[in-house]
Ligand binder design. Structure first.
Ligand code: NAI
Length: 414
């Protein structure tokens, strides 16, 4: 492996360096080592910019979580960087387009914490239906609210799920296991799991639900999709759970609905503005409501999710390093490749310009090399072509491929 600009690289596994920062779960190291990679360094905490720049000078694969900011300047200090693994959900901390221009795919684990969020949402529905948050708060103050009034089992109640994706579907299955009726609303037509029933408008879902749980992404359409009108559609005494994104609920509208007892309880894990660190104050109009559960955006934060993330991202890095697969990269053409068998595999990343493929194929015909199979994908300005070759010495060929002006990277796997 060598320079990222128009260079050819191919290294034995034991020479490939992985640096994993921010206390990534040790499962990642175990996965990499089981795949034969011995140079795997785990560091806890974030690095200073200077330390990171120094470390990046000879790292081939970098693993980060959400706090390491990989901007263009830092990326340009990483001449050998082959790929970045974000061991988390988001990838905003990386300058994705700069990484793309360098031919560096970025991977993440967008759904590894699905189950954790679904479990929390269900637990909150149960707690809210029993009125536990207010009873708990009273007990902390020396009160004793022993009463069955407004305390209900979830069995036989209707749970309305808004956004029937990865989390929404899991939640639906778990809720049915407790005997709940599940209805859902999604903008896409989604196959119902179990006995869940689709409902064709948001308001229709809200009208028939004893509790509503939100599992939509933050988009223009979902911005404050739960506001005064929607809260009024919900039956008096119903509950609202939001562990999706903070902008989905109009907080002042929810505050009013709680104040006038129309909504009997709510659980919020996400907020329009969240503290940046654990040292910053959490400010919200919902503070002080005994019937509201407030949690600090930890819906997906469990040890199991951390381990699942470590497994998933490390697997993706291994697949890319071992056979060139880029499936689910967030900034790169996605190519899913079979394992190579008795062939040399050439991976070529190039600027997506007219005529590049013709130049590449000319090099192969010049060397009289037979291409057994070829996989090409483009994404924006970048093209990624993988070619399996019939035996033969590829050294001179790699030099010629490198000389094609649009070449960004070129690597051969033996
Ligand atoms: P997903 O992409 O699998 O599912 C989202 C679903 O919402 C899709 O089926 C989509 O069609 C639907 N949808 C989009 N716009 C809609 C609209 N206007 N009305 C109705 N449905 C709409 O996403 P996933 O993984 O289920 O995550 C859901 C949310 O949970 C996301 O906002 C994600 O950021 C959040 N999340 C929160 C976590 C936490 O710690 N609290 C952890 C993980 C995810």
């Amino acid at each position: 492996m060598a320079e990222h600009t128009a260079q050819t690289y191919s290294l034995a596994k034991e020479k490939i360096k992985f640096l994993l920062l921010e206390g990534i779960h040790p499962r990642a190291k175990a996965v990499l080592e089981a795949a034969g990679y011995t140079q795997v360094e785990l560091r806890s905490g974030t690095q200073s910019r200077a330390d990171l720049a120094e470390a990046l000078s000879d790292v081939h694969f970098l693993g980060i979580r959400s706090r390491t900011q990989l901007d263009a300047e830092l990326l340009s200090k990483a001449p050998k960087l082959a790929a970045v693994g974000c061991f988390c959900i988001g990838t905003n901390q990386v300058n994705l387009s700069h990484a793309q221009q360098m031919g560096v795919p970025v991977f993440n684990a967008p759904y590894a914490n699905t189950r954790s969020v679904a479990e929390l949402a269900l637990a909150e529905v149960i707690m809210l239906m029993r009125g536990i948050p207010a009873k708990n708060m009273a007990a902390h103050r020396g009160g004793w609210l022993k009463s069955a009034t407004n305390s209900n089992e979830v069995r036989g109640k209707t749970l309305g799920i808004v956004g029937y994706g990865h989390i929404g579907t899991q939640l639906g299955i778990l809720a049915e296991g407790l005997g709940m009726h599940v209805v859902y609303y999604d903008i896409l037509s989604k196959l119902p799991l179990g006995n869940a029933r689709p409902v064709n408008s948001l308001n229709a879902l809200l009208e028939q639900s004893d509790a509503v749980s939100l599992h939509v992404p933050a988009t223009e359409q979902t911005h404050e999709m739960i506001s005064t009108e929607q809260l009024q559609c919900m039956p008096k005494g119903s509950m609202l759970v939001n562990a999706s994104r903070g902008t989905v609920v109009d907080i002042p509208a929810l505050r009013d609905a709680l104040q006038n007892d129309h909504i009997a309880g709510a659980a919020l894990d996400v907020f329009p503005a969240e503290p940046r660190t654990n040292q910053d104050e959490f400010i919200s109009e919902l503070r002080g409501f005994d019937q509201v559960i407030l949690t600090p955006h930890i819906g997906g934060s469990t040890m199991e999710a951390q381990e699942a993330i470590a497994q998933e991202v490390a697997d993706k890095l291994v697949r890319y390093s071992d056979n060139g697969s880029t499936m689910s990269a967030v900034n790169f053409p996605e190519v899913s490749l079979p394992d190579q068998r008795e062939v040399r595999r050439v991976l070529h990343t190039h600027r997506n310009e007219p005529g590049v493929m013709q130049q590449i194929n000319q090099v192969f015909s010049h060397y009289n090399i037979n291409i057994v199979s070829q996989y090409l994908q483009t994404r924006g300005d970048i093209g990624y072509v993988v070619m399996d070759l019939d035996g033969s010495n590829v050294n001179g060929l790699m030099d010629e491929l490198r000389e094609i002006p649009a070449t960004i990277r070129c690597r051969v796997l033996y």
